[in-house]
Design a protein around this ligand. Structure first.
Ligand SMILES: Nc1ncnc2c1ncn2[C@@H]1O[C@H](COP(=O)(O)OP(=O)(O)OP(=O)(O)O)[C@@H](O)[C@H]1O
Ligand SMILES: [Mg+2]
Length: 278
């Protein structure tokens, strides 16, 4: 073969390194008192990607999200079996401080919940109670810029966070989470209280943030899961075989988002995404 042909052949691309995992669940089950809420969940959450949790109401999406940073510890009667690891470490190990864990795995809630304090104080608060020693003005500006809010608030940092619009308040809550410098951001339906323009801004922001953070988002909006996420877990309610009628959440399918929506492997996923369940 002439050398010119050899040179013209496409260079084989380097093998993609195995995707790194930030959080894993291994046969995770969660109960509230005697009621099972999640059963036998085994999934790997990839680092620097957006993972969506979808599924009908009550299937345990929020429960799973709260398990990742041990927020379920705060609910009386909640208990888990199985294992969750974060960066390879068992999060239930005795040496793990749940408060420190929640700094590294931050949470943004459905309803924007700024403190009744100034915009500045909202962002500075978490960092301050964590003993942040650096330049606070700089941290506040960086966090607000990263949350795509700086230009809208830079001239009124001393005004109350509650004076902002809903979409701005949600970005303020994201800035507050970023100021603590987490590695993972958990978002529980972060756009469900927002109008479409604010939703688009938060979605753009998430896309921007995944270079530096791993994000897990619960959403009821399947279009949103398709737009923003790399991986999707489709959760379902299953009947427990113990005969006492409890319904419990399981992961029916966990796949790359494109594949889950175009070629679902599990008939329950297909039924859910086509609107026949839930
Ligand atoms: N604090 C709690 N105490 C007792 N049971 C709870 C608690 N939180 C959730 N549950 C129960 O656990 C199950 C899963 O609830 P969860 O809120 O995780 O579902 P979800 O998928 O997030 O639902 P939704 O889509 O409506 O937000 C439900 O049966 C719910 O009633
Ligand atoms: Mg929920």
């Amino acid at each position: 073969m002439p050398i010119s042909d050899i040179l013209a052949r496409p260079v084989e691309s380097a093998p993609t390194p195995a995707e790194s995992t930030v959080l894993t669940t291994n046969h995770l089950s969660v109960w509230y008192g005697a009621s099972p809420a999640l059963k036998d969940i085994t999934i790997d959450i990839p680092r620097n990607r957006i993972t969506a949790l979808i599924g009908p109401s009550g299937c345990g999406k929020s429960t799973l999200l709260r398990s990742f940073n041990r927020m379920n510890d705060l609910i009386p009667g909640a208990r888990m079996e199985g294992q969750i690891t974060f960066d390879g470490q068992d999060i239930a190990a005795p040496e793990v401080d749940p408060v420190a864990l929640r700094r590294r795995i931050g949470m943004v809630f459905q309803k924007p919940n700024p403190f009744p304090k100034s915009i500045y104080q909202n962002v500075a608060w978490g960092a301050r109670i964590n003993g942040y020693k650096g330049d606070m003005d700089d941290l506040v500006e960086r966090s607000l810029r990263r949350a795509a809010l700086w230009d809208e608030v830079k001239s009124k940092l001393n005004r109350s966070g509650l004076e902002l619009s809903g979409g701005q308040q949600q970005r303020l809550c994201i800035a507050r989470t970023l100021a603590v410098e987490p590695e993972v951001i958990l978002m529980d339906e972060p756009c469900s209280a927002l109008d479409p323009i604010s939703t688009a801004r938060v979605e753009d922001l998430m896309d921007d943030l995944k270079a530096d953070y791993s994000i897990v988002i619960v959403t009821h909006n399947m279009q949103q899961a398709r737009r923003v996420s790399d991986m999707t877990a489709c959760m379902m309610l299953d009947d427990l075989s113990n005969g006492n009628g409890h319904r419990t959440g399981i992961v029916a399918e966990f796949s790359p988002t494109d594949r889950l929506f175009t070629n679902p492997k599990d008939p329950r996923t297909e039924a859910y995404i086509t609107g026949r369940i839930g």
